[in-house]
Design a protein around this ligand. Structure first.
Ligand SMILES: Nc1ncnc2c1ncn2[C@@H]1O[C@H](COP(=O)(O)OP(=O)(O)O)[C@@H](O)[C@H]1O
Ligand SMILES: [Mg+2]
Length: 360
């Protein structure tokens, strides 16, 4: 299978990085350095190329080096994307993206062509946090897995903003509300269908990973849509909730309130799993995401692992690196000590110090 492969990365004024060019290995890239030197920043820049978002949920201006006006992130890809060059410029004026030197409008195809999976300490919120963290996990995977997800997601978001505006008007404009109900139900049904498809494809992979990594039998993940079913069900739920929604001033039911549940030994992992089990759940969910994206995009995603060795115990680390050895994609791993990473061949070591990056 082909893979997403970054052959060259050129950064200017990104976070604490003034100017850096690296040529990563097609397989394992170990990025080491003391705390606060710029390791996570490097992964953030790579992830931006694939998703156009920061996994830290940072604002654009926060990513421009303090004192600079603009940052530029340029990646040259190889393998299945051979020769593709993507450049992002961000500053106070907004964002500009060029692909192969031409200004690009990014649609779902772009994200589908560059699947990337990030695993970082903040991901524990997927288990511990509220439903919004789990929806974000699903949505981010779906922007890459399904070409039409982005469009459905945006249209739904617009329709719900309009419906919420109308819910606050007095007297209530019932006709306008009806028309937005229909839009919401139509985009919402597509979102629910794609979320369902994703979770169904992830479930066996998740169960297998739980078994292998943690020896946790009886683990499962399941999609919990706020409204089960398609267009008609969502439509009648919206109609039925008009009184309540008008009183609340916003739309109470719909895919924007969906959830995802993880169970370990038959119990909700959020409430009952130990810290170690929760970390295993997140790792297994990410492994399932990789496998599912491989199927839907036809290429192995680029994998970014931020500080995992400090997060996982020895056994889980061993399983993780065993899995990675068989994965066959390009991987970036940050760590405070490069000898913590038990990967023998096929690796390039980068050392980060105060925003500069050197190759071993
Ligand atoms: N916009 C910015 N301009 C300059 N420095 C920044 C900016 N954003 C973050 N930093 C600096 O980047 C450093 C953190 O880098 P990070 O990659 O998170 O470290 P680590 O190597 O521990 O992963 C901090 O010293 C922080 O002050
Ligand atoms: Mg870090």
């Amino acid at each position: 299978m082909g893979r997403v492969q970054l052959d060259e990365l050129f950064l200017v004024e990104f976070r604490n990085i003034h100017r850096v060019t690296i040529e990563p290995s097609p397989r394992f890239n170990i990025v080491s350095g003391r705390n606060g030197t710029g390791k996570t920043n490097l992964l953030e820049a790579i992830y931006l190329l694939g998703s156009m978002r920061s996994f830290r949920q940072s604002r654009r201006v926060d990513m421009v080096r303090r004192g600079a006006k603009e940052t530029s992130i340029r990646g040259r890809f190889g393998n299945v994307c051979a020769g593709m060059v993507c450049e992002i410029k961000m500053g106070n004026e907004g964002r500009q993206v060029k692909i192969d030197g031409k200004r690009a409008h990014l649609d779902g195809r772009y994200f589908h062509s560059l699947p990337m999976v990030i695993f970082h300490p903040g991901n524990l919120t997927i288990v511990q946090g509220g439903p919004d963290a789990r929806r974000r996990f699903l949505d981010r995977a779906l922007f890459q897995a399904e070409i039409s997800y982005q469009e459905a997601y945006r249209s739904y978001g617009k329709a719900i903003a309009s419906r919420n505006r109308i819910l606050k008007t007095r007297p209530l404009d019932k006709r306008a509300l009806d028309s937005f109900d229909e839009q919401l139900a139509s985009h919402g049904a597509r979102i629910v269908m794609m979320r369902e498809r994703l979770v169904i494809s992830m479930t066996p992979l998740f169960e297998e990973a739980m078994e292998r990594i943690g020896g946790e039998g009886q683990s499962r993940m399941a999609y919990r849509p706020k409204i089960e079913g398609g267009f008609d069900k969502i439509m009648s739920a919206l109609r039925g909730a008009v009184e309540k929604d008008t009183a609340m001033g916003y739309t109470t039911a719909g895919p924007h309130a969906d959830d995802l549940v993880f169970e370990v030994n038959g119990l909700d992992a959020r409430k009952f799993a130990s810290q170690g089990q929760q970390r295993t759940v997140v790792l297994a969910a990410k492994i399932a995401e990789i496998g599912s994206l491989e199927k839907s995009t036809g290429r192995t995603p680029l994998l970014l692992l931020d500080d995992v060795s400090s997060e996982l115990d020895r056994d889980r680390n061993r399983h993780l690196f065993g899995f990675l050895a068989g994965l066959g994609g390009q991987v970036f791993i940050t760590t405070t000590h490069h000898d913590h990473i038990p990967i023998e061949g096929d690796r390039v070591d980068f050392f980060v110090e105060n925003g500069s990056i050197e190759v071993n």
